[in-house]
Write a new protein. Structure first.
Lengths: 564, 238
């Protein structure tokens, strides 16, 4: 019997299926539609699951949606309806979206699978975040659960505790429009990046600037009482931009070209100031959570938790014993939280037991073997195909990986990645700028064995767990500057991932690499800018051709693309 | 490109040109996505390989259009955020259907006719656009010429396949029908925004009425909840 969690309609849509007995399948709609950030009802994911797991009314316990659809729609509408004329563009759009949004979730589901209405249940937005968060820690009652995002069902921040009997208490909440997430998104918009996509660029950019606009931004967002000054925002009324004229009066023209030095410096300073406001706000929120709950271990979820620079800087304040951010803290990961809600509803006193962060499908479930033979040619220099891959990497080759279970979350953690030798600065630059077309101010992420971590990096122990899924930054040690300087960000940090699982191919590859003279790989997601990460073998082939990558490491060998 | 861009250029004007380039990039990208889907789902290796090649061309064209656009943006110091290429906007722009790919709704022969007929229309549109570039942006003109050659080849292959798999009369009828349908689809897509002039005033009146009702509502927000699981109604959407 399966539990299915679904997150959709607002951010990237995702579905999570589990029987809590070892069968897990996390899917994103973008993997099938090939449209990055696809937020439509995940009908393609569901069709895949229906086919592969033979789903029907009898073998599904619950299908759980990650939030209350009407509440979510209404809370935003209710705020803007205060001034229907001024906010008419936004409200009309919102009205028109009424019947194409999540309110008709049951109808959308029933177009695909005939399922009893009683099996469709609805969690609550921040509760789903919280229930996903508990799946990555043990002894959940020792933690206080903080959620912070743009907005979900009118809430923008919330604090929950969970006792040993799984009684969940909400002990504090903050409401729309007072949102640090929307504040940061608005700055993202002002700087010319796409909301829900460009926030990590603002984070990278912030390292190049100084927080010169701290005072001004503190007038806009109060870091102590978490209130926003709406004079500077228009997200409640404007569909195309979320900041007001007043913000432009403060900072000048928006959307300037970052390639011009003066613009870059100014925008880096704005980004740095916004980052500081975010970090100080979160510091106060964490202090509040500790004070109310009496617990000093924290699980942080919500889109804001994706800001790994913030996690790193918060760890240095020594205000908590441990801070854990799950691999997919945003809305996409809430599909897992929704499935957990379904499980908890059924069992009343148990939650899902997920022992891995790799919850996606196996490659064999996705692909037909004949496609592999049609598209790729196995190349065996020796029987040790992982050693062959390491050899190519050491010799400057950029290779792709496609093996094991698919990752959950926005970061590729080795199984669908592109690797190059971090020692080889020309390969690193080629990968970052030419192949991936990333902004030049965005650094790439290193990946290495856990045993080598302390030689090259330092991190406060209270956030170390997050290194397993690139959830935080860490500091570069002197040793790293000697041979691997090209992967160090301008502020001396790296978004490092450590590998612990000795059975994984990534672990074996790093071991081989070490034998051949290098200990660190650069790891970036296997996709092209504006495209989702590869899902099936066709995507692998097309992306390799587009990126001009010749070799790919798979579960059973080292391959190159065939000419077709 | 067999999905037809929704706008074109009457005179060369840099900002407008960038908007059109953005539309061309969107159409190319969407065609790439459609072809990739077809490659995955056709049960014929040769056709699948053909679709992959076609998809690779479409993605390449998308990159070329975006590069030309970016050069013009730099040269003329245009700062419009609407000019950034965002794949997720393809749904709202109507280049991709939310609930299906074209390949899912058509038989392979009809799909080939759809591609062939629309590639020809898109090609004509691109020729008009290229002529503007010829005078003002010769560097871009050369690249667009290469794209035109690809488009011509795509149309030729598709129509040849359709010709071979349909009787002469059936082929002619289907191609003509597809051309007419494309014409009307284009008119419909371009007039969508015009409907808002009729409906928006009605919606504003509705909004004012809702505002009047909500004025009397005093909805409380709970900052605490002593037992979330007990107090939540799993079947409720509110």
């Amino acid at each position: 019997m399966y539990y299915i969690g679904i997150s959709a309609y607002y951010h990237e849509s995702s579905v999570f299926l589990t029987d809590n007995q070892g069968t897990n399948c996390f899917l994103k709609e973008e993997s099938f539609s090939r449209i990055k950030g696809d937020k439509n009802f995940p009908q393609r994911c569901l069709k895949f699951l229906i086919k592969k797991f033979n789903l029907n009314n009898e073998n599904i316990y619950f299908i759980s949606f990650y939030e209350k659809p009407f509440k979510s729609w209404w809370e935003i509408f209710y705020y803007s309806i205060n001034n229907p004329i001024k906010n008419k563009d936004f409200l009309i759009h919102h009205l028109k979206n009424f019947n194409s949004g999540s309110i008709f979730f049951y109808t959308d589901i029933n177009k695909l699978i005939n399922i009893s209405k009683k099996k469709i249940i609805y969690s609550s937005h921040h509760l789903s975040h919280c229930l996903y968060g508990i799946s990555v820690v043990k002894n959940i009652s020792e933690y206080v659960h903080i959620t912070c995002d743009g907005v979900g069902e009118g809430e923008t921040m919330s604090i929950h505790t969970i006792d040993n009997k799984l009684k969940i208490k909400k002990i504090w909440a903050n409401f729309y429009p007072n949102s640090i997430g929307l504040f940061y998104s608005t700055i993202t918009d002002f700087l010319g990046f796409e909301i829900n996509e460009g926030e990590f660029k603002v984070m990278s950019l912030s390292s190049f600037g100084k927080p010169k606009y701290e005072k001004q931004l503190k007038q806009i967002f109060n870091i102590n009482n978490f209130k926003i000054n709406m004079d500077y925002f228009e997200f409640q009324k404007n569909l195309s931009k979320s900041f007001s004229k007043k913000l432009c009066e403060m900072f000048g023209k928006p959307y300037l070209n970052l390639n011009e030095e003066a613009n870059f410096k100014k925008y880096a300073d704005i980004a740095s100031s916004a980052q500081l406001i975010l970090e100080e706000t979160m510091e106060n929120l964490i202090k509040k959570a500790i004070q109310i709950s009496g617990k000093k271990k924290i699980v942080l979820t919500g889109g804001v938790a994706l800001n790994c620079k913030m996690i790193h800087n918060l760890s240095k304040l020594d205000i908590f014993d441990e801070l854990v951010v799950p691999p997919s803290p945003g809305d996409s990961g809430s599909a897992i939280g929704a499935a957990n809600f379904a499980y908890l509803n059924k069992t009343k006193n148990k939650t899902l037991n997920l022992n891995t962060i790799f919850l996606g499908p196996k490659k064999e479930l996705i692909n037909d073997k004949k496609n592999k033979d049609n598209l790729f040619l196995k190349i065996g220099l020796t029987e040790n195909f992982i050693g062959d891959a390491a050899y190519r990497i050491i010799n400057g080759e950029i290779i792709a990986s496609y093996y094991g279970l698919t990752e959950v979350g926005p970061r590729s953690l080795g199984n669908t990645s592109i690797f190059c030798d971090a020692k080889n600065s020309s390969s690193v630059n080629n990968l970052n700028i030419s192949l991936k077309k990333r902004e030049y101010f965005q650094p790439l992420a290193p990946i290495l064995l856990e045993e080598d971590f302390e030689k090259y990096f330092s991190i406060n122990q209270n956030i170390k767990k997050n290194l397993e899924w690139m959830g935080t930054l860490c500091d570069a040690n002197e040793e790293l500057y000697k041979e691997y300087s090209s992967i160090i960000h301008v502020d001396g940090t790296c978004r490092t991932q450590i590998i612990k699982d000795e059975n994984s191919i990534t672990y074996k590859l790093l071991k081989e690499l070490k034998k051949q003279g290098s200990e660190i790989l650069v790891n970036t997601s296997f996709n092209i800018s504006k495209d989702p990460v590869v899902f099936d073998l066709f995507d692998v082939y097309v992306n390799m051709r587009r990126l001009n990558i010749k070799f790919v490491l798979m579960d059973d060998g080292f391959y190159q693309t065939r000419d077709i | 490109m067999f999905l037809i861009p929704k706008s074109n250029l009457k005179n060369f004007e840099p900002e407008r040109c960038c908007f059109v380039l953005n539309e061309f990039a969107a159409a190319e990208f969407s065609s790439g996505v459609e072809m990739l889907f077809a490659a995955k789902n056709i049960n014929n290796q040769k056709l699948s390989e053909g679709f992959i090649r076609h998809a690779l061309d479409e993605y390449k064209h998308c990159t070329i259009f975006n590069n030309i656009k970016n050069q013009i943006i730099l040269e003329y110091k245009i700062n419009k955020k609407e000019l950034s290429f965002v794949p997720n906007h393809l749904y709202n722009k109507g280049y991709i259907y939310k609930d299906h790919f074209i390949f899912e709704k058509k038989k392979i022969n009809d799909f080939a006719i759809f591609i062939g007929a629309n590639e020809e229309i898109a090609e004509k549109k691109l020729i008009t656009f290229a002529n503007h570039l010829k005078k003002h942006k010769p560097f871009a003109f050369k690249e667009v010429q290469n794209i035109l050659e690809d488009e011509e080849r795509h149309a030729e292959y598709s129509l040849k396949f359709a010709k071979n798999n349909n009787g002469f009369l059936s082929y002619k009828i289907k191609v003509t029908k597809e051309r007419i349908l494309s014409f009307f689809r284009h008119i419909y897509a371009n007039s969508l925004n015009k409907f808002s002039f009729i409906f928006n005033p009605i919606l504003v009146v509705i909004l004012i009425m809702i505002n009047f009702v909500t004025y009397f509502l005093n909805l409380k927000k709970d900052t605490t909840d002593n037992d979330v699981m007990k107090n939540i109604d799993p079947e409720s959407i509110a």
